[in-house]
Design a protein around this ligand. Structure first.
Ligand code: 13P
Length: 254
């Protein structure tokens, strides 16, 4: 049985005071329904303070990135052990903004996934196609390639700690959401690929989140899809009321 996860990726937004204010609001105002999980991913500068604030809440805290090496001369980077020590239990990896704006490759993302698992941080591996790739009919090719290369060498047992996120690049921060049917198609293809790589039971147990302009108005339709197991929310996670409504998504089965 897959437990839905709603994750808020704050990206490079909110100074420390505003981040604490939003975390306080979420802590006070968002009672997470017992059948689902919730996590937030603040900027590194606020991670530890927010993790301490939320220690007694069901809301988990994670990092937005990590470096695969344990330590060393990597100016501006952060090690998995540092995230762990700051109170993170998860980490977002391979986000399209890092792939496209900062040039991260599948091979580098794969090293991070393995480093995170070794450090007992749950990676959320993000995959997704650009609009040009979709228009060229290459969505499955691109997305499944990112899944295969991102998970290369990951042990079947370790997959219990891995979360996937399908984030079509054309839907991120654009207001254009994939339709529930478009998301479902790709999520089902990812699950099929996971079954080939790790076997059907692992594929059936792995969470696949959808990300890209998730809002209160579209979350219910997306979450009604059988292979959509949660949401990775950007912009709307910065608004307490919107995030609350997304965490409280409703599906026809209740
Ligand atoms: P938006 O919800 O702002 O489109 O961002 C999605 C995203 O990139 C989450 O990681």
């Amino acid at each position: 049985m897959r437990r839905p996860l709603i994750a808020g990726n704050w990206k490079m937004n909110l100074g420390h005071a505003d981040a604490l204010r939003l975390a306080d609001g979420i802590f006070a105002g968002i009672d997470v329904p017992p059948d689902r999980d919730c996590a937030i991913f603040p900027p590194f500068t606020s991670l530890q303070a927010i993790a301490e604030k939320l220690r007694s809440s069901p809301i988990k805290v994670g990092g937005q990135n990590c470096h695969p090496d344990a330590e060393g001369a990597f100016t501006g980077e952060i090690a998995c052990s540092m995230l762990k020590a700051a109170g993170a239990s998860m980490v977002i990896l391979g986000h399209s903004e890092r792939r496209h704006l900062l040039g991260e490759t599948d091979a580098f993302v794969n090293r991070k996934v393995k480093a995170a698992l070794a450090a007992r941080l749950k990676p959320i591996l993000c995959v997704g196609e650009t609009l040009a790739e979709r228009d060229a009919g290459r969505t499955a090719d691109v997305v499944l390639g990112q899944v295969r290369r991102g998970l290369d060498g990951v042990a079947t047992d370790a997959m219990r700690d891995v979360v996937l996120a399908y984030e079509p690049v054309w839907a991120i921060g654009t207001g254009k959401t994939a339709t529930p049917a478009q998301a479902q198609d790709v999520h089902a293809a990812i699950r099929g690929e996971l079954a080939l790589l790790f076997g059907k039971p692992v594929a059936e147990d792995t969470l696949i989140l959808y990300g890209g302009s998730v809002k209160p108005s579209n979350v219910d339709g997306l979450m009604a899809m059988p292979d959509v197991d949660g949401a990775l929310v950007g912009g709307a996670s910065l608004d307490e009321a919107d995030f609350h409504r997304i965490v409280w998504f409703e599906t026809p089965e209740g």
